[in-house]
Design a protein around this ligand. Structure first.
Ligand SMILES: NC(=O)c1ccc[n+]([C@@H]2O[C@H](COP(=O)([O-])OP(=O)(O)OC[C@H]3O[C@@H](n4cnc5c(N)ncnc54)[C@H](OP(=O)(O)O)[C@@H]3O)[C@@H](O)[C@H]2O)c1
Length: 246
C-alpha cells in the first residue's frame, strides 16, 4: 500500500480489507465524509457519494479517484443534485449505485445542515430544514438502502455530534436533530441486529478547518483551511473499525 505521511493509521489495516465492497456516503463531498471515503478507497472499497451541489460532488469524485490503489479496482462515482430530503432522489441514487458498483455493503449518513441561530431568530422553516436534512434525510437514506443492506448483511454509520450532550446556545436545531439521529441509531441497531445489519453512530466533537465548523464559528480569525490532521486521521479510520467488525 502506498502510505503517505498524512496517512499513518493506514498501516494498521489489512491491505484490501474492503476489496469488492461498496459504500454509499451522503455528504461525501464534505470535509469529514470525504476523509472517510479516502480511507475506504485505500482499503479497496468502491464509493458512491451523494450531495446537492453537483460541481462539488464532481470535484470530490476526481479527488477521491487519486486515493485508489492501482491494483484494488475500487471505483468512485457521485450523484449531485441529490437532496436527502427527497426520498425519490436518494432511492434513484441508490439504485444507480447498485447497478454500477454492486449492492451496497456500507452506508455512511453524513449529510447535515448547520448554522448559528438564537431561538428568537430561528424561523419555523429553518428549524424544520435542519431536522429534515439531518434526521429525516438519514431515515430516507437507510430506507432506500435497506434491501441492499439486508442482502449484503451490511453496516451503517450515522454521523452525530456531541453538542446535545449538554446545552449549547444557538444550536437548538442541530442539537434536536442529532439527538434524533442517536435515538434512531439505537433503535435500528437492536432492530437490524437479527438481520445481520450493524448500526453504529460516530459523534465527532468540533473539528477545526472543516466545512461545518467554519460555517458556525463566529471569530473568523481562527479559521483554518484544512481539517485538523489528527482528527482527520481518527475520523478516517474509526469508521473502518466499526465497519470491519463482524
Ligand atoms: N465539522 C465539525 O466540526 C463537526 C462536528 C460534529 C459533527 N459533525 C458532523 O459531521 C458530518 C460532516 O461534517 P462537515 O463539517 O464535513 O460537513 P457539513 O457542512 O456539516 O455537511 C456535509 C455535507 O452534507 C451535504 N448536504 C447538506 N445538506 C444536504 C442535503 N439536503 N442533501 C444531500 N447532501 C446534503 C453538503 O454537501 P452539498 O452542499 O453538496 O449538499 C455537505 O458537504 C455532518 O453530519 C456534521 O453534522 C461535524
Amino acid at each position: 500500500m502506498n502510505i503517505t505521511s498524512e496517512d499513518n493509521y493506514a498501516t494498521i489495516w489489512q491491505e484490501n480489507l474492503f476489496k469488492g465492497k461498496v459504500c454509499l456516503i451522503t455528504g461525501g463531498s464534505g470535509d469529514i465524509c470525504k476523509e472517510q471515503a479516502k480511507a475506504l478507497i485505500r482499503l479497496g472499497c468502491s464509493i458512491s457519494i451523494v450531495g446537492r451541489n453537483a460541481k462539488k460532488v464532481k470535484s470530490a469524485v476526481q479527488e477521491l479517484g487519486k486515493y485508489k490503489e492501482v491494483d484494488n479496482k475500487a471505483n468512485v462515482i457521485g450523484f449531485g443534485n441529490c437532496d436527502v430530503r427527497n426520498f425519490e432522489k436518494i432511492r434513484s441514487a441508490v439504485r444507480d449505485t447498485s447497478e454500477r458498483l454492486g449492492k451496497i455493503d456500507f452506508l455512511v449518513c453524513g449529510a447535515a445542515g448547520n448554522f448559528m441561530a438564537d431561538f428568537n431568530h430561528l424561523s419555523v422553516n429553518a428549524f424544520k430544514a435542519v431536522i429534515d436534512i439531518d434526521l429525516i434525510g438519514t431515515f430516507n437514506t437507510v430506507k432506500a438502502c435497506f434491501e441492499d443492506l439486508k442482502s449484503t448483511k451490511g453496516s451503517i454509520i450515522f454521523i452525530s455530534a456531541t453538542l446535545h450532550y449538554y446545552g449549547v446556545p444557538f444550536q437548538s436545531h442541530v442539537s434536536a436533530a442529532k439527538s434524533g439521529i442517536d435515538a434512531l441509531a439505537r433503535s435500528l441497531a437492536v432492530e437490524f441486529g437479527p438481520l445481520g445489519i450493524r448500526v453504529n453512530c460516530i459523534a465527532p466533537g468540533p473539528i477545526g478547518g472543516t466545512e461545518g465548523f467554519n460555517r458556525i464559528v463566529q471569530d473568523k480569525t481562527i479559521l483554518k483551511e484544512d481539517p485538523d490532521p489528527a482528527c482527520r486521521e481518527k475520523i478516517r479510520y474509526c469508521q473502518c473499525y466499526h465497519i470491519s467488525l463482524q
